[in-house]
Design a binder for this molecule. Structure first.
Ligand code: ATP
Length: 376
């Protein structure tokens, strides 16, 4: 597939050492395929917006290049790039009607009025705002304003649409609806989209691929499923809530790796070698990876005795927390059927066990030890 966007060795420094995007020895490299919806996720302050604004031309990178459709646009201002950005705060002109707002960019490009009008009507139609042309900005709801902002961005037919947390201000229901609509829009127009969000669920629901950013560094780029099945580092695993991170004493046990902590020994078939790089294990959260029993005595590797400390129903399944002997908490998802079958309630004594081949070994890139942070 052809590349719609490439970031090559991008770095940005604010102040001397205040914040830096990219590492001193290597900047950020990203490649987004044509027609792809590519999400950038990460915690507040990690540099998502900075990166997106460098792509859009609103911020000048300290070093590196931005290529769109193979063309180097690094030195072009925002309006001369084939991109358009939708911001969280809509950024609509309050004194113009919705139609005039959508038409504004076309006027700037000196497109003839006769051509402008059908394009404005078509863009409003695409985002579900047919007939809203003559409405004032103040007469629209939050969701409608966000749609108008989208229409204004797509009317210029950008080859890359940049979304900077555009759904952040919407309530959950509207947010889900807009997520679906943006994906449909992408499919209908074939536009490449780069979407910045701090919400990993939103990214997973919408994106073809996701880049996880922390402290100015891209830790992993993968499809949503790959990210859950094989997070590379403890930061990624914890950020996306992939399971419970186990830190402890690490040793080699024949062909497998063994991590021991009080009341729990996990072994993994992972072939990662012990080196200077700190490693940790991940117990996946999804129900299929975990066996839970209420009448089991034998305890060996990958088995732990505990007590259900929380059972929260999330609509489709339960999020359970199990407190082990030394107050270490593991989190997992359980189906309604499984909870009923085991007669689980808060306070139930259980034995949890994992298949060796489902215990992942990952690079431990977290500075702080947060054993209970991953509870479901
Ligand atoms: N103009 C600036 N001068 C100095 N530091 C800045 C400037 N703009 C951003 N920063 C810093 O750069 C870092 C990255 O900011 P950025 O807005 O890109 O993060 P973000 O991941 O988008 O965060 P959020 O999710 O909170 O919007 C932050 O630590 C921020 O304080």
């Amino acid at each position: 597939m052809s590349k719609a966007l490439e970031c090559v060795d991008i770095r940005k420094q604010y102040g001397q050492v205040l914040y830096s995007l990219g590492r001193p020895e290597k900047g950020i490299d990203l490649s987004v395929a044509s027609g792809e919806l590519f999400a950038i996720i990460g915690p507040s302050g990690c540099g998502k917006s900075t990166l997106l604004r460098i792509i859009g031309g609103f911020i000048t990178a300290t070093a590196g290049d931005v290529l769109i459709g193979g063309k180097n646009v690094t030195n072009l201002p925002p309006h001369a790039r084939p991109t358009n950005t939708v911001f969280q705060n809509y950024a609509l002109f309050p004194h113009l009607t919705i139609g005039q707002n959508v038409s504004f960019g076309l006027e700037m490009e000196q497109i003839r009025p006769a051509e402008r009008r059908p394009r404005v009507v078509a863009a409003l139609d695409l985002v579900g705002l047919a007939g809203f042309e003559n409405r004032q900005v103040g007469e629209l709801s939050g969701g409608q304003l966000q749609r108008a902002a989208l229409a204004r961005a797509i009317v210029k037919r950008p080859s890359v649409l940049l979304l900077d947390e555009p759904l952040g201000a919407l309530d959950l229901k509207l947010r889900r609806q807009m997520q679906d609509e943006i994906v449909s829009l992408k499919t209908a127009l074939g536009t490449t989209i780069v979407h910045v969000t701090h919400d990993q669920e939103e990214a997973c629901a919408m994106a073809d691929r996701i880049a996880v950013l922390n402290a100015g560094v891209v830790l992993q780029v993968a499809t949503p499923v790959e990210l859950y099945r094989a997070p590379k580092t403890t930061f990624v695993a914890e950020f996306i809530h992939a399971g419970t991170v186990i830190r402890g004493h690490l040793s080699s046990d024949g062909p497998s790796l063994k991590i021991t902590r009080p009341g729990l020994t996990v072994t993994s078939t992972s072939d990662r070698r012990i080196s200077d790089q700190p490693l940790a294990a991940l117990l996946p959260r999804h129900g299929a990876a975990v066996r839970l029993a209420t009448d089991k005595d034998l305890l060996g590797d990958n088995e732990a005795r505990g007590r259900v400390s929380r059972l929260a129903f999330g609509g489709a399944d339960f999020s359970a927390q199990i407190r082990l002997a030394d107050d270490f908490i593991i989190g997992l998802q359980l189906s309604i059927e499984r909870v009923a079958e085991l007669g689980l309630a808060v306070g139930s004594d259980v034995v949890a066990s994992w298949r060796q081949d489902q215990v992942l070994v990952l690079e431990d890139d977290m500075q702080t030890t947060k054993p209970a942070a991953m509870a479901a």
